[in-house]
Ligand binder design. Structure first.
Ligand SMILES: *[C@@H]1O[C@H](CO)[C@@H](O)[C@H](O)[C@H]1NC(C)=O
Ligand SMILES: *[C@@H]1O[C@H](CO)[C@@H](O)[C@H](O)[C@H]1NC(C)=O
Ligand SMILES: *[C@@H]1O[C@H](CO)[C@@H](O)[C@H](O)[C@H]1NC(C)=O
Length: 665
């Protein structure tokens, strides 16, 4: 997951902010929650799953357990602390056995899962050092269990999956008077359930369980929980503009504005719920999920931002931005990610999303890409005060999703080799792959810079004054070497308060995409080095699992008592995929959401489609306002459209003028 703010080292408190603060909130409405009677009448997903399940099930058997996967060694059993870790110290064998390495990842997963199961089962938060847990809602949200379902499946951990399913079936109840973060709940819980539904129906041989077979009692468990949850989340979208509120009450389905940031939602949060809602719409045939999510992007795009780069806060009331802070780190990141992924999700049939992605990527290259001073590293910086003001050479670790996403955009998920054969290849794709490779290397450097080999939450870079941008000539970085005092490290700066490591996935995510797309084995090797550092420096005592670090630049590292759910859902999953055969979930047949949950690509239909067009804009991306013939009122709209930090009243006026226009015609 990407969008949460990572700016203080007190990650967990901050993460939970959105979950616990509701108790001070007054209830504005006494609207009883009534849920989707209509959904039940047409379970289209059942018909679709039967056909596709049958066809893909056969394919899956071949892909997963065919000849290429047959050398999978048996697990050596649960590794508890040091006992089973001799591989960590020994020299790497000359002939690398990647299946063997991915077994090590599976063992790390089992250690974490079993620790959680033993000490905090059913809790949303796990403290591996204290060996205890906490809830985010009175009866729990399934935060860790639901997030880890699809990892359990691809790792074929059947008995653990059975336990998780049983908990979901008997203990998970979203009908709770609890305010939750709209985005986090969508990407982790809704995404986790949908992915579990997709894998269990499409690849029945992954961790096979009889209870979810076709016709069995538990057949629809995941999709039913998903639809129930989504119906509750939809209330967040009932704002004036259609942009979702930051939070929503699960029982009443009432949206709740953010308690900070002037009530504005994070842009990335509002714009990273679309893959989930669209897949659910496809499964259920209910266009409501799709339409609410789609509308958000239209409202955002109608702001006509310069070069497709958006400030990180947006008001749900009027759909206008707050402030002019532009970055691809926290609160900005997955807006960009979901542009290209929405294009891919609907089988490259909606050029509007490709257009938006291309515009934004060009904007990134024009305004945010800068080279480091001495070693020419490619840095994706920030514009905290807008595009006309100074660039800040700061990278959240969160930004490291971007190289993999750029590569995904360049080939559509195919390997470079295949993409070249398909004829969709040119200078643009070539230069995007180069950029992706350089940015991946910069992110890898964030790991190599640190004493533990684990990246800091935030890294700053030394740059020239004035900054050297891409337009001054593309540069190639120096080699990243191992010596302690290597000169390249001087371009990287980590401030003491930023030196924590929260077990984040973004760099290994990019390594996974880069490996699949380029076939360059160095990405696997980098991943293996990173994985070893995690095992070596983040293990809790007594086999309780792995935990976050308060300082990743000290040895022994200072530990922090929290295992993020994305450690199981994303970080270990991407390591596992990186070391797996490439035919496990081919990248050109799926999209992976921002919490590493899998959805299939599908075709558009008459009712489920984008259904809107971008307003015409000039070469800077600003909307061209046609002056209507005789209404002076309309001219004002033009003035306010391009204002970045418009006051609410101004944009409200814009919106109203738009409506008037429609009524007039
Ligand atoms: C997956 O696990 C089941 C037992 O739960 C086993 O029968 C099956 O062979 C496993 N598949 C693979 C490919 O290891
Ligand atoms: C950085 O790039 C510039 C321009 O290509 C080049 O002249 C310079 O030698 C490079 N620096 C290093 C240390 O490679
Ligand atoms: C969902 O996607 C499948 C696969 O592309 C398609 O056949 C089906 O018609 C879609 N369902 C709906 C309701 O659009």
């Amino acid at each position: 997951m990407h969008a949460q703010n990572g700016h203080t080292s007190n990650g967990i408190g901050q993460k939970l902010e959105g979950f616990f603060d509701n108790r001070q909130l007054p209830m504005y409405k006494d609207k009883p929650y009534s849920y989707a009677a209509s959904r039940r009448r047409a379970p289209l997903y059942k018909q679709w799953r039967v056909i596709v399940g049958a066809v893909l099930g056969i394919l899956a058997l071949f892909y997963l357990f065919g000849p290429s996967a047959s050398r999978k060694p048996r697990s050596t059993g649960k590794s508890r602390g040091g006992a089973g870790l001799s591989w960590l110290r020994g020299p790497d064998a000359a002939a690398v056995d990647w299946n063997e390495r991915r077994e090590r990842v599976k063992e790390a997963f089992m250690l974490s899962w079993d620790g959680y199961e033993q000490y905090a089962w059913g809790y949303d938060v796990y403290y591996p050092l204290a060996k205890s847990g906490d809830q985010m809602a009175e009866k729990g949200m399934g935060w860790i269990i639901v997030d880890a379902l699809d990892t359990l499946m691809i790792m074929n951990l059947t008995s653990r999956l059975s336990h998780a399913r049983e908990w979901i079936s008997t203990s998970l109840d979203y009908n709770q008077d609890q305010e939750v973060n709209t985005f986090e709940t969508t990407i982790r819980m809704l995404g986790g359930l949908l992915s579990a539904h997709y894998l269990s129906t499409t690849f029945p041989q992954m961790a096979p369980i009889a209870d979810d077979d076709h016709g069995a009692a538990g057949e629809d468990l995941y999709i039913e929980k998903a639809a129930d949850l989504a119906d509750r989340l939809l209330g967040a979208f009932n704002s004036e503009s259609g942009v979702p509120y930051a939070s929503v009450n699960l029982k009443t389905s009432d949206g709740v504005p953010s308690h900070a940031d002037g009530g504005a939602s994070s842009t990335a949060e509002a714009a990273s719920v679309q893959l989930e809602m669209k897949y659910l719409a496809n499964l259920t045939g209910e266009s409501n999920y799709w339409d609410k999510a789609e509308k958000v992007i239209q409202v955002i795009d109608n702001n006509g931002m310069e070069d497709g780069l958006l400030p990180i806060f947006i008001y749900a009331s009027a759909g206008n931005f707050r402030g002019s802070n532009i970055r691809l780190g926290s609160r900005g990141d997955s807006y960009y990610e979901y542009l290209i992924k929405q294009y891919l999700q609907t089988s490259e049939q909606e050029p509007i999303y490709l257009d938006m992605w291309n515009q934004a990527l060009a904007g990134v290259r024009k305004h945010l890409i800068v080279y480091s001073k001495d070693s020419n590293f490619t840095v994706l910086g920030e514009r905290p005060n807008g595009l006309s003001k100074a660039l800040s050479p700061k990278m959240d670790h969160l930004v490291c999703f971007m190289p993999g996403t750029i590569a995904l955009g360049a080939t559509g998920g195919r390997s470079v080799e295949e993409a070249k054969k398909s004829g969709k290849w040119g200078e643009k794709q070539e230069s995007e792959m180069q950029l992706a490779a350089e940015l991946t290397k910069t992110c890898w450097g964030m790991y190599k810079k640190m004493a533990t080999g684990l990246a800091a939450e935030i890294t700053f870079f030394e740059i020239n004054d004035p900054p050297r941008m891409e337009s001054d000539g593309i540069r190639k970085s120096v080699e990243i070497t191992d010596e302690k005092d290597a000169a390249w490290k001087q371009d990287y700066t980590v401030k003491p308060m930023d030196s924590h490591n929260l077990q984040r996935p973004e760099t290994v995510e990019s390594l996974f995409y880069m490996w699949r797309i380029t076939g360059d084995v160095k990405y696997r090797e980098w991943g293996w080095e990173m994985f070893k550092s995690f095992v070596k420096y983040t293990a809790a005592d007594d086999g309780a699992g792995y935990t976050s670090l308060a300082d990743a630049n000290e040895i022994p590292p200072v530990m922090k008592d929290n295992m993020e759910s994305f450690w199981l859902a994303e970080t270990l999953k991407y390591f596992y995929l990186l070391f797996s055969p490439n035919d496990l979930l081919p990248l050109d047949s799926i999209v992976i959401n921002t919490e590493a949950h899998f959805f299939p690509r599908f075709e558009l239909t008459k009712t489920l489609k984008t259904g809107w067009e971008r307003k015409p804009r000039d070469s800077d991306g600003k909307i061209i306002v046609e002056k209507p013939k005789d209404s002076p009122k309309h001219e004002r709209a033009g003035a306010s459209v391009s204002v970045t930090a418009a006051e609410p009243s101004e944009t409200v006026r814009t919106v109203k003028v738009e409506e008037t226009k429609k009524d007039d015609t």
